[in-house]
Design a protein around this ligand. Structure first.
Ligand SMILES: C[S@@+](CC[C@H](N)C(=O)[O-])C[C@H]1O[C@@H](n2cnc3c(N)ncnc32)[C@H](O)[C@@H]1O
Length: 456
């Protein structure tokens, strides 16, 4: 039944923010979330959706006297897709406003778990635009039967057809334009709806892009078209190689394990600090390389490693952190669930002539034996955070003296630190939170990376 509040117009003062950086106020004894509304502002709002404990409102107008100093005027927003495209959420905020919001997000997550911290000021991203080295965009067929490629509209599966993107690195954006035109010319109209994603991985070191097309058709069904596409793509200096990933699943994961190499390079190389790294299409790599370098430098400084230390780098991906720490310690164990990423990590150890890293393919939460060998633990899990089993064996460890948790989700970071605190108190193994520092890894979006260091 339609709630009788839908369609009502009300005045709302924004006092806080929601998980996607939207403004949050109160109305009818419920929380109300309003897109593009900033703290301190007063909006005339239409209620557009209701739930038993919250409302969603749409701003109709903003009281002039209340306009936030963090607001970017609509005509000054640099991207013409902003508002339609769901990729960015904060372009209506200045850099200072985005930083303030992200600091508050991290602070609130720890306060909600009753953890006392002193929060360091956010580390700004060296680039506020054109920082993303990964282009990952859905492909769809428009009502006019035209191939469209771009991010999804917010909370929808409609693709916003884009010609260019302001947060993609220039090399990736230029390559995207070329590939899109070629795809539109080469891919048969009756097969466009079977395509799912276009994935590009950019290397600043090579000035090239590794391309992967994801589709529902089997490789055999589209092999001939893919080879025609590769013949055209390989004439472009910027294209390193082409893969096809056959993925019929309707789940969220972009890739299945079914990769087919069509032509060109199989991996692309990138440099991080003083090391080179080979990456495959599906291996994780931080999307903002320059900001990742600043985080890794700070991690190295905070750990103050001794030659006698043994590091357990859980969630090691292609071995980035492991290899950057290796020369300072006696041994590094890197654990990662994706086999291709572990192959990349081993290849990266060879590439950089590092001999004291052992890479293990498996689940970090099943490697409790490493917590009895390591003096230093680095965890950099996906958004869902740590498995309870892992928190338990960290609390039980007699060896680990220092731990650094790098997280892209402040809510699961605070949850895990709180859980670890309770378990460590039971084991009479207290720790201190030495540092919590947010980093603006994903400018223009409501995501934030955090480095948190603990000492036992
Ligand atoms: C945020 S990334 C960190 C990668 C790496 N530390 C870096 O900076 O490039 C998280 C990594 O954890 C891996 N992963 C996810 N679940 C895992 C698990 N249960 N055990 C081990 N690795 C896992 C993912 O495949 C991904 O490579």
């Amino acid at each position: 039944m339609k709630d009788c509040l839908v369609g009502k117009n009300i005045k709302v003062k924004i006092t806080s923010f929601g998980p996607h950086g939207e403004g949050k106020g109160e109305a009818f004894e419920r929380k109300i979330f309003i897109k593009n509304a900033l703290m301190g502002e007063v909006h005339d709002v239409e209620i557009i959706k209701t739930s038993y404990d919250y409302l969603i409102g749409k701003s109709l107008s903003l009281e002039k006297e209340s306009v936030s100093s963090y607001r970017v005027r609509a005509e000054e927003i640099a991207c013409s897709y902003y508002g339609r495209c769901g990729g960015c959420q904060l372009m209506h905020m200045t850099k200072e406003g985005q930083h303030h919001l992200k600091e508050e997000m991290v602070r609130n997550s720890f306060h909600e778990k009753k953890l006392t911290i002193s929060l360091d000021a956010i580390g700004a991203s060296p680039l506020f635009h054109q920082y993303r080295n990964k282009v990952q965009l859905p492909i769809s067929l428009s009502r006019e039967q035209k191939m469209v490629i771009g991010p999804f509209r917010q909370n929808s599966n409609d693709v916003v057809d884009i010609a260019s993107c302001l947060i993609h690195q220039q090399i990736g954006d230029d390559a995207f334009k070329k590939i899109k035109t070629l795809l539109q010319n080469i891919w048969p109209e009756d097969k466009v709806s079977h395509l799912k994603h276009l994935h590009l991985r950019t290397s600043e070191k090579e000035k090239k892009v590794l391309v992967c097309l994801v589709g529902r058709d089997s490789y055999i069904e589209v092999k001939e078209i893919l080879h025609r596409l590769w013949s055209a793509l390989k004439k472009e200096n910027v294209i390193a190689g082409l893969f096809y990933n056959h993925n019929e699943s309707d789940y969220n994961a972009v890739f299945s394990s079914n990769f087919h190499h069509v032509g060109g390079q199989k991996v692309i190389q990138e440099r991080v600090l003083d090391k080179d790294f080979s990456l495959s299409c599906e291996s994780f790599f931080q999307v903002n390389r320059l900001q990742a370098e600043l985080i890794y430098s700070e991690l190295i400084e905070d750990l103050n490693l001794q030659k006698s230390d043994v590091v357990f780098d859980a969630f090691c991906g292609i071995g980035t952190i492991s290899l950057l720490l290796a020369e300072k310690v006696s041994k590094v164990y890197g654990v990662e669930i994706i086999e291709q990423a572990i192959n990349n990590a081993r290849e990266n150890a060879r590439l950089n002539a590092v001999q004291n890293c052992e890479f293990i393919c498996g689940k970090a939460e099943e490697c409790d034996y490493l917590a009895e060998k390591a003096t230093v633990l680095v965890v950099n899990p996906p958004r869902k955070g740590l498995d309870k089993k892992m928190v338990q064996f960290i609390a039980r460890s007699h060896k680990i003296k220092k731990m650094v948790y790098i997280s892209c989700n402040p809510a699961t970071l605070a949850r895990d630190v709180s859980m670890l605190k309770k378990m460590c108190e039971e084991k009479k193994r207290p720790f201190t939170i030495k540092k919590v520092k947010p980093f603006d890894m994903f400018p223009q979006t409501a995501h934030v990376e955090t480095l948190c260091s603990l000492e036992f």
